[in-house]
Design a protein around this ligand. Structure first.
Ligand SMILES: [Zn+2]
Length: 404
């Protein structure tokens, strides 16, 4: 994938056979897209005359042209951990790159897979937050980053690598500190993790409904959304009642919870790939091809299909950085899993683009291709999802990306 960075002076014309704009599930055929000032300025229908015309006559006008091209909005990964590299626990320590080099490698991989924005689910040392600042200051090159800083977790509860822990009664104080760090959203660990040994066993709930409501209230008062790590339906229901913005993981979510989420506009980021890779014996659990893991992710796929039918706002998140999930490549696997869950190509793309933009809080600038909006978009050659999921030898694709 080739990255094109546009300066305000560049004029780019894309003549494409199809446009998936993210506005609805239907693609437009034979379009011409004009980009300048790093924004989409005009989308028109190509005519035969057009095909010979305009583009060639203008100076400083770059043209990308083929009937075989499809244009889609840039992809969004709603759940990553930039601090981690997806290797198992022994290899994490052996990584020889400096922290900055390691981050740059992950960010480049995201861009190379068409990912223009990521939402970081936090880490104990605030590396994701520092990474966002380095990208914003153009010290690193990468997608847009929405950072959580450290995750809220109960002292002694799950997730010591994600957050330092909140003692009873200290919630407001800890949140004040996070807000000072200029976080983009609040990440809270509501449950533990799912067991790969015993089907449907999940680590216990860490926060009470009262505490969760306090978290949501403080976050909202500062214009922030809450992304809630919640597996087990008990944890999911608490999050729904507290009014969080998105449920992360949600393994063992129930149909009733999905209906409530559809009603209340609460999004779901189901992160299937970190479970699937465990069943393939990647990561720490090398002998892992157990029925429990397969059973767990197949249930998750069924619930994704159901969520789509019920009208839940589904996003695509990989948990990249988790054992066995690499930044960038993990995203393509997650898209493949959405297709396996029964979503159409267009529904999968909608989850990956417009829904993602809503979930990460960038709906004003990302997720939709339309005049006046920044030109974060991908130009893909050939059968689009086939390309994204299984790159074929000899296929080319251009990514266009607005410069800061
Ligand atoms: Zn996570």
């Amino acid at each position: 994938m080739q990255l094109i960075e546009l300066s305000p002076h560049d004029h780019l014309v894309i003549n494409a056979g199809a446009l998936f704009s993210g506005i609805n599930l239907h693609s437009k055929k034979n379009v011409r897209i004009h980009i300048w000032d790093a924004k989409v300025q005009l989308i028109e229908r190509q005519t035969v005359n057009h095909k010979k015309g305009l583009a060639g006559r203008k100076k400083n006008c770059q043209v990308i042209s083929s009937d075989n091209l499809t244009v889609i909005p840039g992809l969004i990964d709603c759940h990553v951990h930039l601090a981690f590299n997806g290797l198992n626990s022994q290899l994490q320590h052996r990584e020889e790159l400096s922290v900055t080099e390691g981050l740059q490698k992950k960010l480049v991989s995201d861009l190379a897979h068409g990912i223009v924005a990521v939402r970081d689910g936090g880490d104990r040392r605030g590396i994701g937050l520092a990474c966002r600042d380095m990208v914003n200051n153009v010290e690193l090159k990468g997608p847009l980053i929405m950072a959580s800083g450290t995750a809220l977790r109960k002292n002694g509860g799950y997730g010591s690598f994600l957050g330092t822990g909140v003692a009873p009664g200290e919630l407001a104080k800890v949140m004040k500190r996070l807000l000072k760090d200029d976080i983009n959203q609040v990440k809270v660990l509501v449950s533990g993790i799912v067991s790969f040994k015993e089907y449907s066993r999940v680590g216990g709930v860490q926060f009470t409904l009262k505490e969760l409501k306090q978290i949501v209230r403080i976050a909202r008062a500062h214009g922030l959304k809450v992304m809630a790590h919640a597996s087990s339906d008990e944890a999911v229901q608490l999050c729904i009642n507290a009014g969080v913005h998105s449920i992360e993981h949600g393994y063992f979510i129930s149909e009733d919870s999905l209906k409530a989420m559809a009603d209340q506009g609460i999004a779901w980021v189901p992160t299937v790939v970190p479970v699937v890779v465990q069943s393939q014996g990647i990561g720490d659990n090398l002998t892992a091809k157990t029925a429990v893991i397969e059973h767990t992710y197949r249930r998750q796929l069924r619930m994704i299909g159901l969520a789509q039918k019920l009208g839940v706002i589904l996003g695509v998140g990989t948990d990249a950085g988790a054992v066995g999930v690499q930044h960038g490549t993990g995203y393509l696997k997650e898209l493949q899993l959405y297709r396996e869950a029964g979503l159409t190509e267009e529904e999968t793309l909608m989850a990956a683009t417009r829904n993602g933009a809503y979930i990460v809080g960038m709906e004003e600038s990302l997720g939709i291709i339309s005049p006046g909006r920044p030109a974060y978009l991908l130009v893909l050659e050939g059968d689009i999802l086939k390309y994204l999921i299984r790159p074929k030898q000899g296929m080319t694709a251009e990514g266009t990306f607005q410069s800061a």
